[in-house]
Each structure stands twice: as structure tokens, then as C-alpha cells.
Design a protein around this ligand. Structure first.
Ligand code: GDP
Ligand code: MG
Length: 728
């Protein structure tokens, strides 16, 4: 853009050049971004979504803007991250794309490169991780790749700051080599040519034509085609289908893979005499032999996760949290009480001490645990172990409509649902992702531990079996919930979910990256405490301290909260909350738990000053704990669920699902439990009969289904003449 006309005055220097960094996850985009921008960066959100966007300017020339895009494997958008990167490349119109390629994983990374070639934006490829490639004895013939792809390739190491100046000098000079297009088989090329007139007005015409040939619905909609044009798309697609086979897009992808594989064969040589490289690979293989072993995989995983939890939630994290809760918070309250010692404004003192400090600090107390948990997760992720966890659990979880990545979320969910929900971004299949977001809050997060432990201690005889049973119940709820959602989602699933399960070599994580992640999570959590939790605390204090005539009350029994509690108490009576005559207190505690789950306990502490004992029966207490475990999580997690699912309809669906699940399960526990208590013999007999009938039904169904089947589909153990829709 020329700057000669000074008709408009702007406050910031206009960017001469906008460069987007684009590449596979873990290829080093963020490392390069940090290297290029130094401290000239700001964090925002991608337009319309709350996924972090990093923007900055080149530290050696601040008229060059740099954008860090989310990691993607291909330009076919499945995950939210891929959709964002795709949208930005198509509509954001950067002047140049630096495609960052992990040189140690050339073939997989060049798949994206081959797609970027189709766009109208100039591309420069940065062959990153040169240091690691060298150590592994990988040599890449740059000239050969340049000739094939028709754009410049630069060998760099973002972490070691090598080759970056040359790369940037080329980018800024602006004299880019023109690209070659990726050339497909004649049938595909003919189809592209045939459809090109339809896309002449669109950006990235060749890519758009290719997508039309694949009959991509979004593109057809975007182009606003008339009937005759749609007809042309259909016949072209059909012709392709006749030559290539059923799924055209898969065949197109296959052609890419094959060509890239051939190129890499020529351009890459690996000299395994490089001792170091082989050593790293050998070590990885050795570790994987143990870590992925059929019998050892799960025990090892359980051990590692237990250690993580013991340290982050228990010992160290617990100590830090206790220090905040038992020393810092009371100290702050004491100081504020001191200020108000002589002033006659009890309501203000109470608002600050009992409302704001108690509420906000209760959540701030979790910051050390959250930060530690995320430190460990960052280490597990960066070292390569997290990919293994996803790998070993993927198949198992597919049966209930979830996947390996969901499992990672569930694990995180034992600490806190908020980061667990945010971690679902890497899940491709939208149904799987939404199901994970809905089901993750069933896991007993660290705040719910407060509920479990206080009820187990005071009412359920301190029997640890009760505490453990809550964990099993949560897992059962996830499994059943997954199955139910799978039934509802059956018709809508994305059929082709070509998830690339990546098992990287083990790497020692960079401490600065781990610390940075800890800090970023801690900060995000603190911001939340300062906004949502602050507001919730004030509201809770208001309804607890005033009556309906807005008079300040000291006895919570006269408050608005009590009024609301009495209103909703009948709803919860069938769940046994009124077993001991304290129905409204228990009912209202489930509401205040919305602010944070620990508030359930603290509410009861305020409303039942004599303690929990004798206020509810054992069965009622069990049902109460289960209800609080399964019901909607706290506002922070609910808001994460809404924003991550991207629309309020799905968010609302999750809320309704969780409320229903909690109510139905607690109702069943209390009602069946009461029956069992009052009519022990009859109960045992009828349950046994029902169980036998079910077992017979499933056994017979299984036998009938698999009779004489000789297909090789995943479902049939007996290789039968399968009549299933998904037979191979
Ligand atoms: P992103 O997902 O593409 O943003 O990747 P990151 O920038 O987060 O990098 C992933 C991992 O690769 C981190 O542990 C980096 O420290 C490491 N990394 C990035 N660039 C290099 C490099 O040039 N050499 C080596 N050895 N490691 C690198
Ligand atoms: Mg990154």
C-alpha cells in the first residue's frame, strides 16, 4: 500500500506486510513467533471465537505484522483450530504465509504445504528443527524441494535462532518465487479445469474448484450457484467418482500422499550412522515397549497420573492451597475487620469480609493447584507421553462415542473442569467434542472433593468405600452418558475423521515453555476469579444477607436465599434432601454450588450452624452428594462449556443433560435405596429377576446377530455374513 496520500491519519503505523505463520501442531510456530516478535506481541481472540490469537510485529522492522495461527494438519477444517486457521488463510488475506515444517517429520508436514500451494497467497517454507534433524542424521535437499514446490525453502532452527535472518530478509524483500501447483491425475485436473469458470470470482480459485469437484457443501453454498451450475458440479463429481471410487476427497488426499512420499524419498536422506539420532529413536522405542505394553500401559498410566495428582492436588498443591485458605484469607479478613472496628457499617464489612474475600479467595486458593497441574500436563504433553495416553485409550473410548483425546480431558476434569473443557479443542469430531464437554463435568473435580470428604466424614461413617464409590459412579455416568449421546448423535456424525495419531519421539520439555504455560493458566484463572466469581460472591452475599423487603438480616433463615430454598425444596424432596427436616437448606446449597462447588459445603456450614450430623439420613446424604457430582458444574465451567461449544443451543443442551442426569440418578438411588431398606427380601428377588432377564436378552441377541457372519467388520467377533450397514 502506498503511503503518499496523507488523507487519513492513523494512530498506529500501517503494516507494510502481514505474514502468517502456518504449520502442523508442534512444528515450532510459537517458538518462531516469539523469536521474531520479541516483546512486540499482543494476545487477542480470533474474531467471533474465544480462541487465543497472537499478533505481533517483527522486532527488527515494526511495519511487518506477524500472526501466529493455530496448528493444522490439513486445510480441511475439522477442529475449531483448523476452522480458524482455514478461515484466516481464505479470508484474512495475509501478504505471505511462512509454512513452518518440522524437518524431522517431513512427509507428514509437506501434506499441508501441498495444500497451501493451491491458495493464491505466496508461500515460503521454513524447514524448522534443523538442529534436531541434523542430530538424527536427516539431510534434506532443499533445491529439489524448491524445484518441485516452486517456492523458496529455508533451513532454520527457531529454538536455536539459526537461519531466521535470511528467512526474514527474503520475506521482506518481497520478490517471491512463483509457485507451482500441485499436479493431480488427469481426471482430477480435468475436473478442476471444467469447474474453474464457476469460481472465477472467488479467491483462491484453484482450491475452490478442487473443493467443488469434491462436492464440498460449504463451498457450493458460499458461491451461491444456480441450478445449472449445481448440475455441472454434480456431473463432474459423478465422473470423478466413476474413475476414482466412492470417496473423491479421500482419493485426492491419497494422490497427494503418494506424490509427497515420492518427493521425500528423493529429497531426503537419512544417515543412521549419526549415533545420537539412532540413540534417541532407540530410547523412544525402548520406552514405548514398556509404556505401550498391553499389560503395563494402564498401570503405568495410573501410576503417573496418581503421582501428578498427589503432588499437584495433594502434598505440594494442598499445602499451598491450605496456606492461602488458612493463613492468607483469615489474615485479610482480620485486617478488614480491623478497619471497620469503629465504623457503624456492618453491611459493608460483611459484604467485603463474608462476601468478596470469602468468595474470591476461596477460588484463588485453587490457583497453586491449577498451576501445578498444568505444569505437569505441559511436561506430559511436551515430552510426548500425552500422545501415548490418547493412543492407548482411543479404541476403548470409541465404543462410547468418545476418543483418546476425550480421555485427556476427563483426567484434567479430576482437577478442574474449566481447563478440561478448554483442552477439547484438539478433538476433531464435533459430536465427540461436544459429548466430551458435556460429560467431563461428571468427573469429581478438586472442588467436589470437598463435598465428598465432608459428607463421608460426618454422615457416612467416614467409610472410605463411600468416597471411592463416588468415583466409580462418576465413571459410570460418563460411560452411560456417552452411550446415550451416541444414540442421539448417530445420524449426524462426520463420517471421515482422518485423525492422525502422532507418536513423537520423547523429548525433554523446555522449562521456559512449561513455566509459561503454568503462568498463562494461573493468570487466566485469576482473571476469572476477579470477574465471574467476584460477581457471584456479591450476589450470593446479597441474597443471603437481605430479606425480601431489602432489610439487612443477620439470620440466614430470614433471607431471600431461604425464601428461594423453601420454594424449590419440594422439587428435591423425592431425592431425600428433606430426610432430616432440613430440605430447604440442602436444596439451596445445590444452587449456591453454581458459584463454585466448595460453596455447597460452606453454604451448609452457614445454614446448619450445629453441623451436618443428624440433618439428613445416610441414604439422603448419598443421594445429595451424587446430585452435586453430576449436576451442572460451577459458572466458570458452564461459561467455558458455552464458549467452547460455540453456540448457546449446544451449551443449553449440555446444561439440560447434566441437570436431568443428576436428578434421575439421585432419584433412582434414593427411591430404590428406600425400597431396599424397607423391603429387603422382595427387593433382592426382583432385582435378581430383572438382571437375569436382561442378561438372557443380551446373550440371545448377541448369538442371533453373529450367526454365520464372515465379514471383517469391527463389531463381529465371529466373521459372519453381516447385514450391518457398516460392514466392510
Ligand atoms: P507450535 O505448536 O507449532 O506452536 O510449536 P512450539 O513453538 O510450541 O514448539 C513445539 C516444541 O518444539 C517446543 O518444545 C519447542 O521448544 C520445540 N522447538 C521449536 N523449534 C525448535 C527447533 O528449532 N529445534 C528444536 N530442537 N526444538 C524446537
Ligand atoms: Mg503454538
Amino acid at each position: 500500500m502506498s503511503n503518499c496520500c496523507q488523507t487519513k491519519s492513523t494512530t498506529t503505523a500501517p503494516s507494510k506486510l502481514t505474514i502468517a505463520l502456518c504449520g502442523n501442531p508442534n512444528s515450532g510456530k510459537t517458538t518462531l513467533f516469539n523469536n521474531l516478535t520479541g516483546s512486540n506481541q499482543k494476545v487477542g481472540n480470533w474474531p467471533g471465537v474465544t480462541v487465543e490469537q497472537k499478533l505481533g510485529s517483527y522486532k527488527k522492522d515494526n511495519t511487518v505484522a506477524i500472526v501466529d495461527t493455530p496448528g493444522i494438519y490439513s486445510l480441511s477444517p475439522f477442529t475449531i483450530d483448523e476452522q480458524i486457521a482455514h478461515k484466516y488463510l481464505m479470508e484474512g488475506k495475509p501478504d505471505l504465509v511462512i509454512n513452518i515444517v518440522d524437518s524431522t517429520n517431513l512427509e507428514r508436514n509437506l501434506f499441508l504445504t501441498s495444500q497451501l500451494m493451491e491458495l493464491d497467497v505466496p508461500v515460503v517454507v521454513a524447514l524448522n528443527m534443523q538442529d534436531e534433524a541434523k542430530a538424527k542424521g536427516i539431510h534434506i535437499n532443499k533445491d529439489m524441494l524448491e524445484e518441485y514446490f516452486g517456492c523458496a525453502f529455508f533451513a532454520i532452527s527457531a529454538a536455536k535462532n539459526q537461519g531466521i535472518d535470511e528467512l526474514m530478509a527474503y520475506c521482506i524483500a518481497g520478490n517471491y518465487q512463483s509457485k507451482n501447483h500441485f499436479v493431480y491425475s488427469d481426471a482430477v485436473e480435468d475436473a478442476i479445469k471444467l469447474l474453474q469458470p464457476l469460481t472465477s470470482t472467488a479467491d483462491n480459485g484453484r482450491w475452490t474448484s478442487l473443493k467443488l469437484a469434491e462436492k464440498d457443501k460449504t463451498i457450493i453454498k458460499m458461491l451461491n450457484l444456480d441450478e445449472s451450475q449445481k448440475q455441472l458440479v454434480s456431473t463432474t463429481h459423478q465422473t470423478l467418482k466413476d474413475t476414482l471410487g466412492d470417496i473423491v476427497s479421500a482419493q485426492v488426499a491419497e494422490q497427494r500422499y503418494q506424490k509427497i512420499s515420492a518427493i521425500v524419498q528423493k529429497a531426503q536422506t537419512i544417515d543412521t550412522t549419526g549415533v545420537k539420532a539412532e540413540k534417541a529413536q532407540r530410547i523412544t522405542e525402548k520406552i514405548d515397549k514398556i509404556v505401550l505394553n498391553k499389560w503395563l500401559a494402564f498401570p503405568i498410566f495410573a501410576l503417573i497420573m496418581s503421582l501428578v495428582f498427589v503432588v499437584s492436588i495433594g502434598t505440594l498443591g494442598g499445602f499451598l492451597t491450605d496456606t492461602i485458605n488458612d493463613s492468607l484469607t483469615p489474615w485479610m479478613q482480620e485486617v478488614v475487620n480491623g478497619w471497620f472496628a469503629n465504623a457503624n457499617v456492618e453491611w459493608l464489612r460483611s459484604l467485603i469480609v463474608d462476601g468478596i474475600i470469602a468468595g474470591v479467595m476461596g477460588v484463588v486458593g485453587f490457583v497453586p493447584q491449577i498451576m501445578l497441574l498444568f505444569g505437569f500436563i505441559a511436561i506430559l504433553e511436551a515430552s510426548g507421553y500425552m500422545s501415548r495416553i490418547a493412543f492407548i485409550t482411543d479404541k476403548l473410548l470409541n465404543k462410547i462415542g468418545l476418543g483418546g483425546r476425550s480421555f485427556v480431558s476427563m483426567i484434567l476434569g479430576c482437577g478442574c473442569s474449566v481447563p478440561a473443557i478448554m483442552a477439547t479443542r484438539t478433538i476433531k469430531n464435533i459430536n465427540e467434542r461436544n459429548a466430551t464437554i458435556t460429560l467431563t463435568p461428571f468427573m469429581p473435580c478438586s472442588a467436589k472433593l470437598a463435598i465428598i470428604s465432608s459428607f463421608t466424614t460426618y454422615i457416612l461413617d467416614g467409610n472410605a468405600l463411600f468416597a471411592i464409590s463416588f468415583y466409580f459412579l462418576s465413571i459410570l455416568a460418563v460411560i452411560l452418558g456417552g452411550l446415550i449421546m451416541k444414540v442421539f448423535n448417530r445420524k449426524k456424525t462426520n463420517a471421515s475423521d482422518t485423525f492422525i495419531m502422532e507418536l513423537p519421539t520423547y523429548r525433554a520439555p523446555a522449562p521456559t515453555n512449561v513455566l509459561k504455560q503454568m503462568w498463562e493458566r494461573g493468570r487466566a484463572f485469576l482473571i476469572k476469579a476477579g470477574t465471574i466469581i467476584f460477581t457471584a460472591s456479591v450476589v450470593l452475599w446479597l441474597v443471603q444477607s437481605f430479606n425480601f423487603r431489602f432489610e439487612f438480616v443477620t439470620d440466614a433463615n430470614d433471607s431471600i436465599l431461604a425464601g428461594i430454598g423453601k420454594l424449590i425444596a419440594p422439587l428435591f424432596a423425592p431425592l431425600g434432601f428433606n430426610d432430616g427436616g432440613y430440605g430447604w437448606q440442602y436444596s439451596v446449597a445445590t444452587l449456591t454450588g453454581l458459584a463454585a462447588k466448595e460453596v455447597v459445603v460452606s453454604t451448609l456450614e452457614i445454614l446448619l450452624p450445629a453441623g451436618l450430623e443428624g440433618t439428613i439420613s445416610g441414604l439422603g446424604a448419598y443421594s445429595f452428594v451424587v446430585y452435586n457430582l453430576l449436576t451442572v458444574p460451577c459458572v466458570a465451567a458452564i461459561s467455558a462449556s458455552f464458549t467452547e461449544q460455540g453456540n448457546w443451543k449446544n451449551g443449553l443442551k449440555s446444561v439440560v443433560f447434566q441437570l436431568l442426569a443428576a436428578y434421575v440418578v439421585s432419584l433412582a438411588i434414593y427411591q430404590l435405596g428406600s425400597l431396599a431398606r424397607d423391603y429387603t427380601t422382595e427387593f433382592v428377588v426382583s432385582v435378581s429377576i430383572i438382571a437375569i432377564v436382561f442378561a438372557l436378552y443380551f446373550a440371545i441377541r448377541h448369538i442371533i446377530k453373529n450367526r454365520g457372519c464372515n465379514c471383517e467388520c469391527d463389531h463381529c467377533p465371529h466373521n459372519a455374513t453381516c447385514t450391518r450397514d457398516d460392514r466392510k
